[in-house]
Design a protein around this ligand. Structure first.
Ligand code: PLP
Length: 390
């Protein structure tokens, strides 16, 4: 029966939307259940010592987590996927591919938690990082040292949505024998598939768009090749920072609607960005879909769209705080990528630890707000912002 449903070789490869639903573990092979079972177990019985079970202990492997790991590998077009307890757990695990004495080149406006990991933890392991403006390939090249082993990219960047040319950086890295890792949280594999552009390891905070409902903390990693997959597997098992089985199931549940959500999120984000750009009270809008965005052409060449995060500057900290106190629809919170809109204030939330002069240099002013556009009617989101700005 199961075999009847397998595709033969000459059938067309299904589109992304179809792969999201028919990802291989969508039906339980034992009972036909329409949802993959939660194998809530820590260990597995050896029926026969000569033929040990596929999974023997849940840290090393569990069928529910495996279903999720195969799912993200399929979506990103990689060889193997891995699920971790958080986005930071996935990023830390990937960084453990480096050794003491190695040097890393990283996007300067990388996610705050990644910055903290590199500058306060990996630095103690004698792994050094140079932060560069990765939208400028010359700066990336200038950072190369004899002990450089890897490049860490994040595009679009946070919160000012700068765009890095993934093909260009990955191509240069390959010529120099460097490993490339990319945080694809903002785009998801629906909008951007870095492995197809030459990246070795794709990383996600699945807490955001992949989970999509502000109810699960999770991280995912995808290795482009089996060889890298074997190395990451050893690190995942060795560190033990795996995703629990209930959360693995919840993430599978959320991911099935990824395309439907991303399309709706993005449609509204485009409308909101254009409305903000035309608004006299708004000093500046950052969104890669706007015609005056400096990275728009590169974004269009490497991605299927612009995503659902829009940043804008209301001119001063006082005005930003007033707006945050008056909005009625979005959550005022850190995080992003959920069904509900989330409005963040980088200067006092995600980037509070950054010295004010560094923040100013990067455009993270006291008037900057970051809007993760949810699934509410965009006209209601606009009306809400309009009354809050008045
Ligand atoms: C949230 C986030 C992370 C960290 O993920 P957690 O799940 O919170 O550990 C990493 N990168 C980006 C771009 C993020 O937005």
């Amino acid at each position: 029966m199961a075999e009847d449903r397998q595709r033969s070789d000459n059938e067309r490869t299904p589109d992304f939307a179809t792969r999201l639903i028919h990802f291989g573990s969508e039906i339980d092979r034992t009972t036909g259940a329409a949802s993959f079972p939660i194998y809530q177990t820590s260990t597995f019985h050896h029926f026969d010592l000569e033929h040990p079970p596929v999974h023997d202990y849940t840290r090393s492997g569990n069928p529910t987590r495996q279903a999720l790991e195969d799912y993200i590998a399929t979506l990103e077009g990689g060889a193997r996927g891995f699920a971790f307890a958080s986005g930071m757990a996935a990023i830390s695990a990937a960084c453990f591919l480096l050794s003491a004495g190695d040097h890393l080149i990283c996007t300067e406006d990388v996610y705050g938690g990644t910055y903290r990991l590199l500058t306060t933890i990996l630095s103690r392991m004698n792994i050094e990082t140079t932060f560069v403006d990765m939208t400028d390939l010359e700066q990336v090249k200038a950072a190369l040292r004899p002990n450089t082993k890897a490049v860490f990219l994040e595009t679009p960047s946070n919160p000012t949505l700068k765009i890095t040319d993934i093909r260009a950086v990955a191509g240069w890295a390959k010529e120099n024998g460097l490993l490339t890792m990319l945080d694809n949280t903002f785009m998801t594999p629906y909008h951007q598939r870095p492995i197809e552009l030459g990246i070795d390891i794709v990383l996600h905070s699945a807490t955001k768009f992949l989970g999509g409902h502000s109810d699960v903390l999770a991280g995912l990693a995808v290795a482009a090749t089996d060889e890298l997959g074997v190395r990451l597997k050893q690190i995942q098992n060795g560190l033990g920072n795996v995703l629990g089985v209930q959360d693995s199931w919840l993430l599978i549940r959320g991911m099935k609607t990824l395309q439907a959500r991303m399309e709706a999120h993005e449609r509204s984000a485009r409308t909101l960005a254009s409305w903000l750009a035309a608004h006299p009270e708004i000093a500046r809008v950052y969104y890669p879909g706007l015609s005056d965005h400096p990275g728009r052409e590169i974004q269009e060449a490497q991605s299927r769209g612009y995503g659902a995060v829009v940043s804008f500057d209301v001119g001063s900290g006082e005005r930003a705080r007033r707006l945050l106190g008056r909005v009625k629809l979005p959550l005022v919170a850190v995080s992003l990528g959920a069904v509900e809109s989330i409005l963040s204030y980088p200067a006092m939330m995600s980037h509070a630890a950054m010295p004010p002069e560094v923040r100013a240099e990067r455009g993270i002013t006291d008037g900057l707000l970051r809007y993760s556009v949810g699934l509410e009617a965009v006209d209601d989101l606009i009306a809400d912002l309009e009354q809050a700005l008045r």
